[in-house]
Structures are given as structure tokens and as C-alpha cells.
Design a protein. Structure first.
Length: 153
């Protein structure tokens, strides 16, 4: 049984959160600040969790990237969302490279598959083509990937 939040330590709250899913260090710090814990206590707690490998920005980033690829999101959007979650450029780049290699990610094919799931027919006119382009752009695909996906439909 978990202690009530009133008498829980920062570590106990962080462990409860990490039991549900991976969190970046910045996300955990924000959540612990919302619970009115002292900044020094939060930093000490997060350092200890990282040392014990209970929290890892690299593991979080890789998990996040895999989940976003499964949703059909492109690299531009994934990078932006990771930055918003406090992941530094070096960790982001390494995690992205690791997932791309391990999962053999082809961003062009992902763009094509994402477009096919949403639109079953090719664009008949410029307005429809623009709609498909905007859809893929908001999903985080670059111009070349969008052009490829549209040429395949």
C-alpha cells in the first residue's frame, strides 16, 4: 500500500510515477515540484534514481520514439516533443540513432503507411493534395518524405 501523498517522500512519489511508465528527469522534477517538494530534495532524489537506473533519460527517449513511430509520427515532431520533455540534443540524437538502427526505421515508408491509413485514394485535385501534405507535415515528416508518400498513393 502506498503512503498518502501528504507524508510521502519525493522518492516514493517518483517511484509511483515510474511504476506506470518511463519519465524524463525534467518531467519527474516538474511533477515533484507540483507536490511542493524542495528543489534540493528533488535533485537529490532524481540523482539517486538515475544512479540506480530507475530513471534514465536515454531509456525514456528510446521508449518515447518507439511509441511515436508506432503512431505514425515523423522525426521532426518526435524531436520537438522530446525537447519539450527536457531531453537534451545529445541524448535525443543517440536515442534516435539507436532506435532507427534496432528497428530498421524507414521514415519514407512510415510516411507512406501513415498516409495510406488516413487516405485510401490518391488526391484528385490540388486542394486534396494540399490536405494530404498538411496532414503529413503536422505528423512531423519532411518535404522529401511527404513527396515520396504522395507519389506512392
Amino acid at each position: 500500500m502506498f503512503p498518502s501523498n501528504a507524508d510521502a517522500s519525493p522518492r516514493e512519489v517518483a517511484i509511483q510515477l515510474l511504476a506506470r511508465r518511463e519519465y524524463s528527469r525534467a518531467e519527474l522534477a516538474r511533477k515533484l515540484r507540483q507536490k511542493s517538494f524542495d528543489d534540493d530534495d528533488i535533485a537529490a532524489c532524481l540523482d539517486a534514481l538515475a544512479e540506480q537506473s530507475l530513471q534514465s533519460d536515454t531509456r525514456f527517449a528510446e521508449s518515447f520514439i518507439r511509441s511515436r513511430i508506432a503512431r505514425g509520427q515523423g522525426v521532426i515532431r518526435i524531436k520537438g516533443e522530446l525537447r519539450q520533455r527536457g531531453i537534451d540534443q545529445e541524448t535525443l540524437t543517440a536515442a534516435l540513432a539507436a532506435v532507427e538502427e534496432r528497428e530498421a526505421v524507414d521514415w519514407f515508408e512510415l510516411a507512406r503507411e501513415t498516409l495510406e491509413r488516413r487516405f485510401s485514394t490518391p488526391s484528385e485535385n490540388p486542394k486534396e493534395r494540399a490536405k494530404r501534405e498538411r496532414f503529413l507535415a503536422t505528423r512531423g515528416f519532411d518535404f522529401e518524405q511527404i513527396r515520396y508518400a504522395l507519389s506512392c498513393l
